[in-house]
Design a protein around this ligand. Sequence first.
Ligand code: HEM
Length: 475
Amino acid sequence: ILNLSKTNKNYPPGPWPLPLVGNIFSLNMKRPYQTLMELNEKYGSVFSIQMGLRKVVVLCGYETVKEALISQADQFAERPDIPIFWQITKGNGIIFGHGDSWKTIRRFTLTVLRDLGMGKKNIEEKIIEESEHLVKQFEKQNGQPFQTTIPLNAATSNIIVSLLMGKRMEYEDEIFQRLLIMNNESFTLTGSPFVQLYNMYPMIHPLPGAHHKVLQCQDNLKAFFRKIFIQQRELLDENDKRCYIDIFMNKLEEEKSNPSSYFHEWNLLCTVTNLFVAGTETSSSTLSWALLIMTKYPHIQKKVHEEIDNVIGGSTPRIHHRQMMPFTDAVIHETQRFADIIPMNLPHETTTDVNLKGYFIPKGTYIIPLLRSVHRDKNHWKNPDEFDPQHFLNEEGKFVKGEAFMPFSAGRRVCVGETLARMELFLFFTFLLQRFSFHPPAGVKEEDIELSSRGGLTLAPLPLLLRALPRHTNT
Ligand code: HEM
């Protein structure tokens, strides 16, 4: 247990690393979070491992993750440089941005998204309009089994697309379809064992491998947005506030005489691609989980249907209905807890030497705040490994938000799109359950549906075809 290569005696304990390879042979490369959960049992809530040449400290359980990300927020606010992401943004944009550039662009983005209506009526209307398009896609299947992920992906993507570009795209649009496929592929490949290996040993760059495909997908996404910038610029006037891209472009104009400004063309491109990527797959795979879980547990689906019928009936679902729908709200929260789509969070880095739970962690350490260990924390959840909406309900059936609920993380890097995503999840889910009941394909039993993930950067469920049968409400 004692690691002699670590000079400071208060450095967190962990398994003995081999020279050059560290602990990679004991890591489950397809599901690394599972190995980290096992090491949590063995070494406690703060432990260290070595991934290739990189020393990593893993934080486990609600109390520890909270103490780091919230109580010592500034000390844990940085991101490490990860080879694949460095190739894509060179440290610009928000997700893998650093220091003052990150702070400036993140603050600007939050303000602009709020001004464009994130969390307000304006976005509610957009999601409602998009829900109608989504319902039509489901109706078109005529009750036959189909892959729900594809239309869900398009619907969630269209919300961020209309914030960025001021207009939605048609599901049938070939360019839109290609963007979504590329984004999806890039997500899956980024989490693949080969790309993880590349992140540990970037010197393997020249070898053929999945990292080239990821970079190609990202180049194509950037090329798409570059074309959009050219179109938007032709129409731009300084008072334009139609969309994120216009507002950023006006800021570029304003700051063009300042050579040290963070508002430059490359930061615009990286930030817009960041928002597109972060805002699409995450919300849509959460919705895929929700529909799959409803299909597996018809008795839970029935209770959601009943609540929708009682509270909304045949009228249009709206955000204000949420507070009258504790069961549906609990099902959505429990889906996020159980599906835990970003189990290892995004990595953080310490900005200074830190003391945490009696351990010494040097400045510049790569940190994994293990969200899986928060969402499965035995001290906070009664049935951590089961899907159980009661986790978010009290004895009177009222909604209660469990403390150890952090799907959007917490602290300085907390998800920029949390408010938007929460609106999307409630409205899309409620619209779909108002209009349809979900069933497995003929011949597949509910109890045989497997609730496991396909791996990748975010954990989407294993693809399963579902049947959406219209419910005969008076809508
Ligand atoms: C970061 C989750 C939707 C934009 C993150 C992080 C998580 C997360 C766990 C990492 C936080 C950290 O490093 O501590 C989710 C989930 C979503 C979702 C579960 C949907 C269910 C969205 C949407 C947007 C978005 C819709 C678009 C506006 C971002 C950005 C970051 C981020 C820009 C980087 C923040 C930073 O580094 O400062 N998200 N997200 N996310 N998310 Fe989301």
